[in-house]
Design a protein around this ligand. Structure first.
Ligand code: 1GP
Length: 238
């Protein structure tokens, strides 16, 4: 029995690139769910992330139940706050928003979530979450009331990722924000990839297959696609 963490590490070691489709329960058109599940099953996705900035728990539970029934992919919660915990999922990104200086997103919500998580079998993936300026204000910045890191300050982004690794995070998530105008700079991904050991997730504003490939080539181990698949369920058809 291997954990999702072990699978990600094994993939990184063997050079296999991972892909997550991000589903925001608030944006699901329920009438089209069957079709969406088919498209997910036909896609190259290796993981499904579920979450959003504001999500009602009943909708979250319903969506995860459907995903567990009708796909074989691991379902990982990508929570906006501690209300977004479902014991039906396989794992949760236990995020600490390292780019910000809002204590709620650095430790308060984690303290609230810990006793709830203890009562579940969810695999807890501690993740250093780093928001990078993307040209437009994204929901993460707005909801968390934090400033993203300057997209040109590579040294600060690297120091932040390294601090996350030293704190014991299992993963680093470089995030431009959902619907970002500009994705995380490729040079920033490669600098960080060359200078930390833990796997790197990259997401936000990646809108075509070429963008996914470029992120992989720069050193991303797992790429997250939300908006582009949400807008076009044929995104992965080729
Ligand atoms: C957002 O990184 C994810 O948290 C995905 O972003 O919706 O822009 O693909 P997009």
């Amino acid at each position: 029995l291997t954990t999702i963490h072990q699978q990600i590490l094994a993939a990184k070691k063997s050079g296999q690139k991972l892909l997550a489709i991000l589903l925001d329960p608030d944006k699901i058109v329920w009438e089209n769910l069957e079709h969406l599940l088919d498209k997910i099953n036909q896609s190259p996705a290796t993981h499904i992330f579920v979450g959003g900035s504001i999500v009602q728990s009943t909708i979250l539970e319903d969506l995860i139940a459907q995903l567990k029934q009708k796909t074989n992919l691991p379902v990982v919660i990508f929570p906006g706050d501690p209300s977004q915990i479902s014991p039906q999922a396989d794992a949760i990104l236990f995020l600490s928003l390292l780019s910000g200086r809002n204590p709620d997103y650095l430790i308060e919500y984690q303290v609230q979530a810990a006793p709830i998580l203890k009562k579940t079998n969810l695999e807890v993936l501690s993740t250093g979450y780093i928001l990078i300026e993307s040209g437009n204000e994204t929901a993460v910045a707005r909801v968390s009331k934090t400033e993203p890191l300057n997209r040109e300050n590579f040294d600060l982004a690297l120091a932040t990722a390294q601090a996350g690794e030293m704190l014991g995070n299992k993963l680093i998530y470089l995030e431009a924000g959902s619907g970002a105008e500009k994705p995380v700079p490729l040079e920033m991904i490669s600098l960080i990839a060359q200078n930390i050991e833990i796997p790197i997730i990259v997401g936000g504003g990646i809108v075509d297959l070429h963008g996914i490939k470029k992120a992989y080539n720069a050193g991303a181990d797992l790429v997250v696609i939300g908006t582009a698949f949400e807008n076009d369920s044929h995104f992965f058809d080729s």
